[in-house]
Design a protein around this ligand. Structure first.
Ligand code: NAP
Length: 250
């Protein structure tokens, strides 16, 4: 599909599950060598082994992206293994506790922001110097529809995902002249374990919030990420792209 991706090296956080796992597998199908990075090492190992069984190259790395020293070490391990870094998908995230803003515990606010926003910053902080060594790269930060609009009982998540869009734009301006493209992807509701706490009833009513009247699938997000990672997206940077079945259209 995208010949430009062959032999590129990608760092995918949250690569052991959901959107990150689908992206790791789609990248591998295009000849990308993948560092599957996840706090859940077993899941990362499972995806890495699947890639190798399919004839691709991968490494599983356990790291908590809310810890800058773990992110730095994960980036170094990737470069030690594959000798360069071309693509980063800063995807790992959590849903967090559901509560109205004044009822939200300070620790819940901090936990969501430490992973969903600070974690993306830590990743970029350590990925960018490696990309500069190769003369450029492509970073895709996973935001959400909730990086564009509000949602009740999710203020920490909404704030973090809006922050990811701003961080993306700032970095795109800084590093555009040095050939690093930085974009944000905003999924609608996607069928992954992050939604596992929701009943079928709730999923059905969430489906109705999308123009296509269904929840999305991880591969539908991975396809957009894969395009943005490729040279076919060479004039695209600093943008937010929705893959949301029309959620934001209404
Ligand atoms: P998922 O299936 O739960 O995958 C997220 C992965 O990230 C999991 O393997 C998780 O491990 C890992 N992770 C969590 N905290 C981490 C940390 N501190 N360091 C490293 N890895 C960590 O969820 P997903 O739906 O694919 O979500 C991926 C991204 O898409 C998230 O940023 C999410 O906010 C965003 N998104 C999802 C949806 C949706 O409806 N699914 C919609 C919009 C945006 P554990 O399983 O051990 O927690």
């Amino acid at each position: 599909m995208f010949a430009s991706l062959r032999s590129r090296v990608a760092f995918v956080t949250g690569g052991g599950s959901g959107i990150g796992a689908a992206t790791s597998l789609m990248f591998a199908s295009q000849g990308v060598k993948v560092a599957v990075v996840d706090v859940n090492h077993e899941d990362a190992e499972g995806i890495s082994q699947r890639i190798e069984r399919l004839g691709g190259e991968a490494i599983a790395i356990a790291a908590d992206i809310s810890k800058p020293e773990q992110v730095q070490s994960a980036v170094l391990k990737t470069v030690e293994k594959f000798h360069r870094l071309d693509i980063a998908v800063n995807n790992a995230g959590i849903g967090g506790d559901q509560a109205e803003t004044s009822d939200l515990a300070v620790d819940s606010w901090r936990r969501v922001n430490s992973i969903n926003l600070d974690g993306v910053f830590y990743c970029m902080k350590y990925e960018i110097p490696e990309m500069l060594k190769n003369g450029g790269g492509s970073i895709i930060n996973i935001s959400s529809i909730l990086g564009q609009v509000g949602f009740a009982r999710a203020s920490a998540y909404v704030a973090a995902k809006h922050g990811v869009v701003g961080l993306t734009q700032a970095a795109a301006i800084e590093y555009g002249p040095r050939k690093i493209r930085v974009n944000a992807v905003g999924p609608g509701f996607i069928r992954t374990p992050i939604l596992s706490g929701l009943s079928e009833e709730m999923l059905k009513s969430m489906a109705q919030l999308h123009a296509l009247k269904r929840i999305g699938e991880p591969d539908e997000v991975a396809a957009l990420i894969t395009f943005l990672a490729s040279s076919e997206a060479s004039f695209i940077t600093g943008s937010y792209y929705a893959v949301d079945g029309g959620y934001l259209a209404s």
